[in-house]
Design a protein around this ligand. Structure first.
Ligand code: ADP
Ligand code: MG
Length: 632
């Protein structure tokens, strides 16, 4: 018969530690959240070797009194909760009283801390959960937690750690998300002695977004604000034209806490239905503020998943706010900013702790009063778009008629990208018998002329007894494609005034890094930058300076879908993306020379299909028209 025993507390701690402390990033998360709960205005995070040998988080928060230092590391020790009722309205980031105990169980810790009413601070060392003596120490106001040699006593866990670079990247991702969650806190990140992030902490989400996501990406954002029943939604979302090849740029926060939420993801993507290209996903930073009792954060040890009391309300509020943002001035009735009702008040023990993670009842109109142009820094030289006035960013070329659904069931996230992108057919596989196209080589060249343009999209060419409608984007894309594909192609390049540094998803970064030579051949000077970022110093002239990062992300997505194993497919993918980027778009105004150039390429037979195999022109004869008008 097996003997049933109660685990001793050390083993219990190790098991609990396994849930909370999975890797360095989870330690950083807990320590940063503690610092923010402590009311810090500045939080600094420093790591070495991906956080495996050192994690140091310092804050200028309220500090821990010397006589409570040891207690803070006891399991279920917390200053943030007292009774079971407090669990129904959690207003702090932490509450389980587990993190410090869990971290201490699997690392060596040195903590120094001083509260405002103490002249001297205190220091305490712990190793594998065993605390030493508290000693006096001179130190600034606030707390510094130094965590060394993570998992030194749990070799099984240590085995599962990835390379330092990967762990460091996960830490950085975590720091970035917390920075986006708390624009009111200035957050600094230093990796192996190099500072990689500093947010101003001015309370403006826009500033945090700018610091974290970079100028180029931030330029493609529109502000989001709206409200539903007892909830407000604020943030930023990408213009449909700036959508990304993956969901890695979607960040959701509830009451200042970073979360993963299928409902919110679905709501955002649903707002883009019919506006974004298939296979593209909006990027966004969306903050939802709601009553503390409307959301249960106590469903997961890492607290990244939450349960909403009413998922449908959340869906509707987010959906309408994003819709309104995309529709510009036109406001949806449900998305009108209204003064939110006072949310649940903070309980006394939370006040004592000076915890302020819940945004004020009246959210500042985050950055929405600033026109997006305030973001603008000098750009590189205008891009070669002959005679075509660049379309205004806000005028998304895709125009869609859209009726807001009355009450929609929450779509599954998986269903959101509806049609998966059909793999672009190889150019070699161009269908021979396209229905209508066939630009016939006339026996004797008949003169042709441009008779006009329809919808800023189709060029009308008249030649003898026939007329052609040319899709200017498709034709131009093909012209670019052929030009890029030519044996002797020499890219025209632009040096970027400010080199673009960006942090793609790990996979994207890897596939780009594998293809640096190919990218260089087409004018991209890309280098690895730190362990998880890339820097672009030079780009092809065909790509708008502020579209460089986007383009590379798209290229990465293309390479990931099919191009990985097959170098020629990889090359074609890159050509497709570049050709499309460099092409004039349907809906753009084009000058006469531009129309002429495109029409000429079609009329002299050098362009028949777009690189995806779609026709570039359809033909109408005088006879067809006469039949339609019943003249014949
Ligand atoms: P929790 O955050 O869930 O309360 P933790 O184990 O993370 O549990 O922390 C235990 C307690 O230690 C907290 O409740 C808080 O009182 C104190 N504490 C931890 N970190 C800090 C900090 N950086 N500044 C002030 N107090 C802190
Ligand atoms: Mg905590």
């Amino acid at each position: 018969m097996p003997d049933i025993r109660i685990l001793d507390s050390h083993v219990a701690d190790l098991i609990a530690a396994g849930e909370v402390v999975e890797r360095p990033a989870s330690v950083v998360k807990e320590l940063m959240e503690n610092a923010i709960d402590a009311g810090a205005a500045k939080v600094s995070v420093e790591i070495a070797n991906g956080g495996m040998t050192l994690i140091r988080v310092s804050d200028d928060g309220c500090g821990i009194p010397a006589d409570q230092l040891q207690r803070a590391f006891v399991r279920h020790a917390t200053s943030k909760l007292r009774t079971e009722y407090d669990l129904e309205a959690i207003g702090t980031l932490g509450f389980r009283g587990e993190a410090l105990a869990a971290i201490a169980a699997v690392a060596r810790i040195r903590v120094t801390s001083r509260t405002a009413d103490a002249d001297l601070g205190a220091v305490l060392k712990l190793e594998g959960g065993v605390a030493g003596q508290v000693e006096e120490a001179g130190c600034p106001l606030g707390t510094e937690m130094e965590v060394r040699d993570l998992f030194f006593n749990t070799p099984a866990r240590l085995k599962f750690m990835k390379k330092d670079a990967a762990e460091g990247a996960a830490v950085f991702g975590m720091v970035q998300r917390i920075a986006l969650a708390h624009p009111e806190v200035s957050i600094k990140f230093v990796r192996d002695g190099r500072q990689e992030l500093l947010t101003p902490g001015d309370g403006q989400l826009q500033s945090a977004v700018y610091a974290v996501m970079g100028r180029d990406f931030a330029l493609g954002f529109v502000p989001v604000r709206g409200s539903g029943e007892d909830m407000t939604v604020t943030g930023f979302t990408t213009l449909p034209t700036c959508c990304k090849g993956s969901r890695n740029y979607q960040h959701f926060f509830v009451n200042g806490r970073y979360i993963k939420s299928r409902t919110m993801t679905a709501a955002v993507e649903e707002a883009y239905a019919n506006r974004r290209m298939v296979g593209k996903f909006p990027g966004c930073v969306i903050h939802l503020q709601t009553g503390l009792n409307k959301v249960d954060v106590n469903v997961h040890p890492a607290k990244t998943e939450v349960k909403f009391l009413d998922e449908r309300q959340v869906f509707s509020a987010v959906y309408h706010a994003v819709m309104a943002a995309l529709d510009g001035e036109k406001q949806h009735p449900a998305a009108v900013m209204e003064k939110p009702k006072a949310h649940d008040t903070v309980t006394p023990n939370q006040i004592k702790f000076n915890a302020t993670p819940i945004p004020k009842a009246e959210p500042k109109p985050v950055a929405t009063s600033l026109p997006l142009h305030d973001f603008t820094a000098p750009k590189a030289a205008p891009v070669q778009k002959p005679a075509a006035p660049a379309p205004s960013r806000t005028a998304a070329p895709v125009s869609v008629t859209w009726t807001p659904p009355a009450e929609k069931p929450i779509p599954k996230v998986e269903a959101a990208p509806k049609a998966e992108p059909a793999p672009a057919p190889k150019v070699e596989a161009v269908p021979k018998a396209e229905p209508v196209v066939e630009v016939k080589e006339e026996p004797q060249e008949q003169p042709w002329k441009i008779a006009g343009e329809l919808f800023d999209t189709y060029i009308i060419v008249q030649q003898g007894e026939r007329a052609l409608l040319i899709d200017k984007h498709a034709a131009h894309e093909r012209m670019n494609f052929d030009r890029l594909k030519a044996e002797d192609y020499e890219p025209m390049v632009q040096q970027l005034l400010t080199p673009a540094v960006f942090t793609p998803a790990a996979q994207e970064r890897q596939v780009l890094a594998e293809n640096l030579t190919l990218l260089a051949k087409f004018g991209f000077e890309v280098e690895e930058f730190g362990s998880d970022a890339l820097i672009v110093r030079q780009a092809p002239f065909d790509v708008g300076a502020d579209d460089v990062v986007n383009t590379l992300t798209e290229i990465a997505a293309g390479l990931l879908t099919t191009g990985r194993a097959d170098p020629s497919a990889a090359r074609d993918h890159l050509l497709h993306t570049m050709a499309c980027k460099a092409a004039i778009k349907g809906g753009w105004k084009s000058g006469p020379q531009e129309l002429e150039r495109v029409a000429k390429a079609v009329m002299d037979g050098s362009v028949k299909y777009c690189p995806h195999g779609r026709p570039v022109a359809i033909e109408l004869t005088r006879k067809d028209l006469e039949k339609q008008f019943k003249r014949a």
